[in-house]
Every structure is written in C-alpha cells, then in structure tokens.
Design a protein around this ligand. Structure first.
Ligand code: DC
Length: 221
C-alpha cells in the first residue's frame, strides 16, 4: 500500500510522513532526499547540469539507501552517511535545477517504484500522487502559508547550526516553489484526487492525526 504525501518546501511533509509511517508500521521514503543526494554528488564531482553524459554516468553508479537508524532517517550515498551534507545551503540552492532534469527524474522514479514494490510505504515528495504512483491508495497534499514555512525552515537550519533570516528564507522558499511548479517534467501540483491539508495552523500531532484518521476511516469501509 502506498500513502503519497506531496506539497511545497517546508509544508510539514517530512515530519508528518515520518510519524505516519511509524504509527502504521510502513517504510518512510523521503524522495526529496534522493534528489538532494544526486545534487550533492554532482557538486562533489564538479558536474554541471548541462553535462548529460557525465550525469548519466553518475546515475548509473550512484547508490542511495534510506535507512532507519534508531528511529532517525539516515541517508547513505555510495555507502557514506550524507544525512547532514544534503541539507546544506549549496545543495538546497541547486536541487531544483537538478531535479528538473529528465534523466535524473527517470532514475529516481525507477528507484522509488522499486522500493515501493517490496514494502508498504509512506512516500513524500512533489510528484508522488501525480506521476510516481498515480494509483496510490491514499493521496495527501500539504500546503502552508510561506511565512510559517520559513519559520519552520529557520528552526530546522538552526538545529544544523545555520542561521538565516526569515526574509531570506521566504525568498528561498518562493524561488524553489516557483521553479518546482513551473518545470516541464513532473511539476509540483496537487493530484486531482488528493486530499488537501493546510498545515498553517496545525501542529505536527494535528497533521498526523488528520491523515491517520482518514486512512483508518477508509480502511474500515
Ligand atoms: O523536500 P525537499 O525540500 O528535500 O526536496 C528537495 C527538492 O527536490 C525540491 O526542491 C524539489 C525536488 N523534488 C522533486 O522534484 N520531486 C520529488 N518527488 C521530491 C523532491
């Protein structure tokens, strides 16, 4: 079974998806982390987004594993723990351009479908309900006011020791949303049959309960 959770940057998808997965005993799949791994690998190797051949070679050789380490998601790229590195400002600045590339999307979608063929999962991203799993049993679209999203991102970054102003973060979030929603391939958009959840005034517990309630209600039908 697939529970798809899509939505823009910092809408609360990751935290919500992770707890929903824990509560249901499902695997949690953060697809944004996968695009971030490719971006980090390209930065490390000095590969430009226009160099399709080098990107294809990189995609053929990259391994990405999302592990559950004592309840915390550990992101492994080529057997190295990159959980913190993929959240750096440099990766965040470049990830939208990398995730707009056709070859990158094809490779990631293939990995995502492969993982989901083996286990029940809560998968979060931008195109899960529209492209990766259009037939997912449950689809949710999380949205929130951009100031609230910037405040959330500020707290996450502070925990990593990175200080940024709210204004800077609002601009960063708006720029990424614009890029992700207007790209040609698999743009960020709500699937017609997804349930919209505005998280502006919701706590994490509130978001989680809403989703679990809907899943349980439909399961018993
Ligand atoms: O959720 P996030 O901020 O970690 O995602 C990083 C970027 O990856 C985001 O700007 C768009 C891209 N992405 C995507 O294109 N498709 C997905 N399914 C998930 C993320």
């Amino acid at each position: 079974m697939i529970i798809a959770i899509d939505g823009p940057a910092a809408s609360g998808k990751s935290t919500t998806a992770k707890i929903v997965a824990e509560k249901l005993g499902f695997t949690y799949l953060d697809t944004g982390a996968m695009y971030r791994c490719v971006t980090l690998a390209m930065i490390n190797a000095g590969i430009h987004v226009s160099n399709t051949k080098q990107i294809n070679d990189l995609l053929e050789n990259i391994s990405i594993d999302l592990l559950d380490k004592n309840g915390k998601l550990q992101i492994m790229m080529n057997n190295l723990d990159v959980s913190d590195d993929i959240r750096s400002g440099k990766v965040t600045e470049n990830v939208s351009a990398v995730s707009a590339l056709k070859n990158v999307r094809e490779a990631m979608v293939k990995m995502q479908r492969n993982i989901a063929s083996k286990t029940n999962c809560v998968m979060e991203g931008r195109d899960i309900g529209t492209v990766v799993f259009p037939n997912a049993e449950y689809k949710f679209y999380l949205s929130a006011d951009s100031v609230v999203r910037a405040e959330r991102r500020q707290r996450d970054l502070l925990a990593l020791g990175d200080e940024k102003s709210i204004q800077e973060l609002i601009e960063d979030i708006n720029r990424r949303d614009e890029y992700d929603s207007s790209r040609e391939i698999s743009p960020l958009k709500k699937a017609e049959d997804a349930i919209d959840i505005n998280t502006t005034d919701l706590t994490i517990d509130g978001q989680v309960s809403k989703i679990i309630e809907i899943v349980n209600k439909q399961k018993t039908k």
